[in-house]
Design a protein around this ligand. Sequence first.
Ligand code: GAP
Length: 513
Amino acid sequence: MTQEDLFKKIIAHSKEYGFIFQSSEIYDGLSAVYDYGQNGVELKNNIREYWWKSMVQMHENIVGLDSAIFMHPTIWKASGHVDAFNDPLIDNKDSKKRYRADVLIEDFRAKYEQKISKEVEKAEKKFGDAFNKEQFLATNPNVIRNVEKINELNKRFVAALEKNDLNEIRQIIIDNEIVCPISGTKNWTEVRQFNLMFSTQMGSLSEDANTIYLRPETAQGIFVNYLNIQKTGRMKIPFGIAQTGKAFRNEIVARQFIFRMREFEQMELQFFVKPGEELTWFEYWKEQRMKWHKALGIPAEKYRFHQHEKLAHYANAAFDIEFEFPFGFKELEGIHSRTDFDLNQHEKFTNKKLRYFDPELNESYVPYVVETSIGLDRTFLAIMTYAYNEEKLADGTERVVLKLPAALAPVKAVVMPLVKKDGLPEKAREIIDNLKFDFNCQIDEKDSIGKRYRRQDAVGTPFCITVDHQTLEDNMVTLRYRDSMEQERIPIEQLSGIISEKVSLKNLFKLQA
Ligand code: GAP
């Protein structure tokens, strides 16, 4: 199956099994906005809980916050979003399609990277065990040529980004003969800046003074509350504030399903440290966050760090964690050393001191901040991408199974009475009435057991529990495991223990320690 096919299948599967629907579908949809269905919302909640507990429960010096989406509009002036939260856009005059100019260049560069990967794959096949990847990369003329092209392109691209030189960005597109994927032509407009914030009016007057913004990141809610929390929580530096919530961006090139949405959810941590210690903490958080991803059981090679080519004016270090989505390696999470920029700006705009009094130094200072910022929807897509499996079974049939980490599965166990009579549904209900205090469980009485297993595999339910006539006599049930499809007969009273051992988030937390 090609990666493109895989992506199409994930989108179709997400809809068919109640994970994700296009927003306003019966009105023909709203572009780049999505709704999470009955299984999607459970998976999303579980991912959020995994993140929240990894941050707040597992770290004594991190606390949470839930700040409002609406905030004073001057906050966005202070943070730089009003003046500089822009994307460089370019239009193709023939297709009338609009693109992010930087993304066109990045996609073009990715083609050279793909050429290198193909050369490596070919050579791996040819030389087998004797293949030395490092040596191959350093000596193969095709690889060297492509690396040179990437370096050359990067040099120009980074310089143009640093100078914010829109003409030069356009020229790079022209010089590299980058074409519109729709029309196939090079008939490009100028590059223009486009602000990504959504605005609306507060109150009844539609004057500029009443314009407020839908937050484009949750982070500013943390910055403006940092002293409230520090003082009321008697927090000592270093300490962190975690927040999850909706963010809104008027993405012009909104595509790739839930990867780039106009309304999405972020999970952000701002970690406040002593000035001068930020780069040590930056390294700590880079490592911690990678461990968090890998604990999900997704292979390490699906992730990579990507150092930012152009640092934002407020940052002194920035890396992304990229994931290999079906459309290539793309940003999943950002880890940024944001210095004291945001707090300084809020001091300046409010004329209020946002200093921390350090009892050890006996002095006050504006703390430095290390941020980790991850998209919940992108994490959802990454997890779905890896979990989606099509398997050929020994009997020649096929199944689609979502191999989700058990702790994140929307439904943990489904109880299935073999037939809908003879007291079996009542027995099933008795079992579920006991399990439901601890786990999200369902009862499934319709169709053959085989069909019911397939249905549960498709939504990633780790346990199916079958109640048969024998159950009424010996109080034992058949427990079926999703991944191995093995079945065993166990006493009903052992169910809770077995499920709880497997679905506990503890399993994931321990892998991060
Ligand atoms: N406070 C820092 C910040 O907002 P960012 O790199 O712009 O940084 C952080 O966003 C994360 O939010 C990204 O790594 C991505 O996972 C997610 N994200 C950003 N824009 C998104 C969009 N339009 N749709 C879905 N997720 C998005």
